[in-house]
Ligand binder design. Structure first.
Ligand code: F0G
Length: 482
């Protein structure tokens, strides 16, 4: 992609694949989108997919598969125990990360569940660059808590730091001294830090965190769910790695970490999860939980077809031409939005384009979920389903008070190889129109609020009616256009 220059001099992302299977899309008129939004309680998770035009909720489990992945699926060896498929996948994981032991699980949070059961004791603290929703929920469920030590730059929405997901090493050392290693369940780094805008971590930082954790004999765990984009950023933003093969980078990760786990719904464009370690002791302890929570250890809740798909997907992740497509498309969308003044997280990260809702709707108080309101307004305006990544996605504090999020973001996820450039341009066009009309958007309040992971099925309503007037304004401006 990066090697093709257009004679006009314009830099246009060029897809290095062709589309061979398609799915028809449905774009409802704005009035019907408004009805759908009310039915969904202003929560984009509760929209039906046939009410959605472009689904940018997540990349999880919705990445496009390659011809080779589909072909591999056909040779899956379906047996409860000792399936050939398991051994093929194990070999591929050993090849990619150079780690000895592999435990399968049905998705990323299932890996986190196993790790939390193995490593978290009552009142222990997990130190991490930044939490992910399911990680934190499972650690707190086990009686632990999390502390975030991302560098200060990581919490600045606008920055030019190339690795905003990095851990603050001085703070890490200081907290280990203060708490003592016994009080720390494990140290976790999340590649492509999800909740602060898909921001990568550098290899230099991973090396340093590994050295600190080894010095204090604290288990070091890497969440590699978003590793694909992170690998791309290591290659293009960290000079040492410009000419290094991706396999060398993934192998080094295997040497630096005690445990690597990932959601295969993201890494490897499949569905499932994997835990890897070199430690016979950790392997044995974690293995005990696999038949209890997941299934027999040669499938761990995954379909063997998905395991074959994953083995090929991992191989494809080592191809720069494959992994660069998503971050380059994200950059394109973010640049189109910036041209029209729409505030986005910078540098543009991985996973999706992240809009800064605090600036977009700066008139909505944080307790009225500005990012949730903006995600709802984006659906109303475009049929595009985005995801709130702000206060709504946080857990309340133990005393029941609202935990205001560090950032109020709306994520437009870019599933791998799914959308075309004209679709990206459509998204930028509609959101730019919304930005012109942003003062019409008002806040939200809960009508139904679950205790755990409330953003998934919580229902909300408008603090003052605004969706109807926004929808009328759309109709006035766009006439008979969908
Ligand atoms: N870790 C990270 C960094 C993730 O982004 C996710 C999932 C998980 C763990 C859990 O994996 O969904 O397979 O159980 N992120 C999805 C998202 C849900 O939309 O960002 P899972």
């Amino acid at each position: 992609m990066g090697n093709v220059k257009f004679s006009s001099g314009e830099q246009i992302p060029l897809e290095m694949h062709k589309v061979r299977v398609v799915q028809k899309l449905n774009l409802l008129p704005v009035e019907q989108r408004q009805d759908a939004l009310y039915r969904a309680g202003f929560n984009t998770f509760l929209l039906k997919n046939n009410e959605v035009f472009l689904d940018m909720l997540t990349d999880s489990g919705v990445n496009a598969m390659s011809d080779n992945q589909l072909a591999a699926m056909m040779r899956a060896d379906d047996s409860y125990a000792g399936s050939e498929t398991f051994y093929r996948l194990e070999k591929q994981l050993q090849n990619v990360f150079g780690m000895l032991y592999f435990l399968p699980a049905h998705q990323g949070r299932a890996c986190e569940n196993i790790i939390a059961h193995t490593l978290v004791k009552q009142d222990q603290i997990t130190l991490m660059n930044f939490h992910f929703t399911t990680t934190k929920a499972l650690i707190t469920y086990m009686g632990g808590s999390v502390e975030e030590l991302v560098i200060d730059e990581g919490l600045k929405v606008s920055s030019d730091h190339p690795f905003k997901g990095n851990m603050n090493l001085e703070k890490l050392e200081a907290r280990i001294q203060e708490l003592t290693p016994e009080k720390i369940s494990f140290i976790r780094l999340e590649a492509g830090t999800n909740l602060i805008g898909g921001q990568p971590i550098s290899m230099e930082n991973i090396r340093a965190v590994s050295a600190i954790s080894r010095k204090h004999s604290i288990p070091f765990v890497l969440d590699a769910s978003l590793l694909s984009d992170n690998l791309y950023f290591i290659k293009v933003r960290e000079p040492e790695f410009r000419d290094k093969p991706l396999l060398e980078i993934t192998r080094e990760l295997g040497e630096l970490c005690d445990i690597i786990y990932f959601s295969a719904r993201k890494l490897g464009c499949a569905r499932g999860g994997a835990i890897l370690t070199n430690s016979p002791r950790l392997h044995e302890e974690m293995r005990a939980f696999i038949p209890l929570f997941e299934g027999f250890i040669t499938y761990g809740g995954m379909s063997v077809r998905e395991m074959e798909i994953l083995a090929v997907g991992l191989e494809e992740t080592l191809d720069m031409e494959v992994i660069e497509q998503t971050p380059i498309f994200i950059d394109e969308l973010a640049k189109e939005l910036e041209k029209n003044g729409v505030p986005v997280v910078t540098p543009h990260g991985g996973l999706g384009c992240h809009i800064n809702a605090s600036a977009f709707v700066d008139h909505i108080p944080q307790a009225e979920y500005p990012a949730g309101a903006l995600a709802a307004a984006i659906y109303l305006t475009s049929g595009v389903r985005a995801m709130e990544r702000g206060t709504l996605s946080e857990q309340r504090n133990p005393d029941g008070s609202e935990h205001l999020s560090e950032m109020e973001l709306v994520r437009l996820a870019i599933p791998k190889r799914v959308f075309t450039l004209s679709q990206i341009k459509y998204v930028a066009d509609r959101i730019s129109w919304l930005y012109q009309n942003r003062t019409m958007i008002q806040g939200l309040e809960f009508t139904e609020e679950p205790d755990v992971l409330r953003f998934f099925f919580g229902r909300l309503k408008e603090t003052t009616p605004w969706a109807d007037s926004l929808s009328r304004k759309f109709r006035d401006d766009f006439n008979d256009s969908l």
